[in-house]
Ligand binder design. Structure first.
Ligand code: ADP
Ligand code: MG
Length: 390
């Protein structure tokens, strides 16, 4: 079955579309082949609208509604353009949507206490234009099962990338950094997964603020700067980094306010903007490796571990180098997911194609050990095509 996965993550950098061929194998087994991947960056105005909505700015309901539909249009156009350059018989779409709010722990609102999550992007628009069923809104079912609603990629990691003889850490570095640790020859119950903290989010925020650029391409600015070690050490004391997994994070934890506070701490020691960017980059690397030392290494208990990096952070050479440096005490191999048939930029979109396929076949998509849910549940809502598909 050919499935399109659409991902637009917390970086709000744009939309990734992956066209994949999915074949059922033996029980639990599945073959996923990438047919095409294309990235569609958001325009400046679109990105600003998304960031404003995510950052809790007050906005009229009309604008939230319009943004949800405008995102739907962006997703539909992205799939249409991908199909135009790679014609194939699409049967199903999995659309993650744009997270505008994610609150994984219950809080009181209008005399009731509950957790909630919101991924915007009108799925009906996709179903109407592409004329195939769409699975969307993956996270609520897991939240309602008592989970964090994140991370959801671990099941896809387990199904596609587990290895019988080597332990693997699938490390995604998007806006947030999340990891899936799979011991060699593991069963599904032995998978450990959680968000380690910021990925590119703080780096991007500082690049925007200090250089009016979206990102630190190649990590070149950070490479010129000096890491302010004491700021990294102090930042690592925050409760989030010490909290036991399962745990998840978002813009609520590491958004603009967090970046501003980090910048203030950097400026006490240095006025050079590149030092602040280098420090934010080191914080990402340090928080990832600290999570390995605290929770992942004891869990894997094996010498041969492949750390397989995906997401935009895989293209930040300075970040990769800092991780490599900090990993030295461990006999672990650092690579990217590119060579495994999962290009770093495409991997999450591929995962949501697979999660849509799971839901379509009424199979669970969450991994209770990863999200903290009490049970494995079928994720998402299905919007049918206007007329039955032949
Ligand atoms: N060439 C690059 N050099 C450095 N950083 C990059 C590069 N390409 C992408 N990134 C970083 O990756 C981010 C996007 O990563 P992505 O995996 O799409 O995350 P998300 O899922 O949050 O959208 C960008 O905002 C940027 O910080
Ligand atoms: Mg992205």
């Amino acid at each position: 079955m050919i499935v399109a996965g659409i991902m637009s993550g917390t970086s709000a950098d744009g939309v990734d579309v992956a066209l994949v061929e999915i074949r059922a194998r033996s029980r639990e087994g599945v073959g996923v082949t990438l047919l095409a991947h294309r990235a569609f960056p958001f325009s400046r105005s679109m990105r600003n609208a998304i960031l404003a909505a995510m950052q809790g700015e007050s906005m009229p309901a009309a604008e939230f509604a319009r943004l949800g539909w405008r995102l739907g249009i962006a997703y539909a156009e992205a799939v249409e353009a991908t199909l135009q350059s790679h014609p194939c018989e699409l049967k199903l779409i999995g659309c993650h949507g744009q997270t505008l709010y994610h609150q994984s722990t219950p809080e009181r609102f209008l005399d009731r206490k509950f957790a909630c999550t919101w991924q915007a992007g009108e799925a009906a628009l996709l179903a109407a234009r592409l004329r195939v069923p769409v699975v969307s809104n993956f996270r609520p079912a897991d939240v309602l099962a008592g989970g964090q609603g994140a991370p959801l990629v671990p099941l896809a990691d387990f199904l596609c990338l587990r290895h019988t003889r080597r332990a693997r850490v699938l490390q995604n570095i998007g806006g947030i950094a999340n990891l899936t640790a799979i011991p060699a020859g593991a069963t599904i119950q032995q998978v450990l997964a959680f968000d380690s903290g910021p990925g590119n989010m703080v780096i991007d925020a500082l690049m925007q603020r200090l250089y009016d650029r979206r990102m630190d391409a190649g990590g070149r600015v950070a490479a010129r700067g000096t890491v302010l070690e004491s700021v990294v050490r102090e930042s690592m004391r925050a409760g989030f980094f010490r909290r036991q997994p399962p745990k998840s994070a978002g813009r609520e934890e590491f958004g603009r306010e967090y970046a501003e506070a980090l910048l203030r701490r950097c400026r006490k020691l240095s006025q050079r903007p590149e030092d602040a960017v280098a420090t934010a980059t080191a914080l990402t690397a340090t928080s990832i490796v600290a999570a390995y030392q605290r929770w992942v290494a004891p869990h894997l208990g094996s010498a041969a571990v492949d750390v397989v990096v995906s997401g935009g952070g895989a293209r930040n050479a300075t970040l990769m180098q800092q991780m490599q440096e900090q990993l030295k005490p461990l006999p672990w191999q650092l690579t990217t997911s590119d060579a495994m048939g999962f290009p770093a930029e495409a991997k999450e979109a591929m995962a949501f194609a697979l999660l849509a396929w799971q839901s379509w076949r009424r199979r669970p998509g969450n991994l209770p050990a990863a999200t903290g849910a009490s049970e494995a549940v079928i994720l998402g809502q299905i919007t049918h095509a206007p007329v039955p598909h032949a």
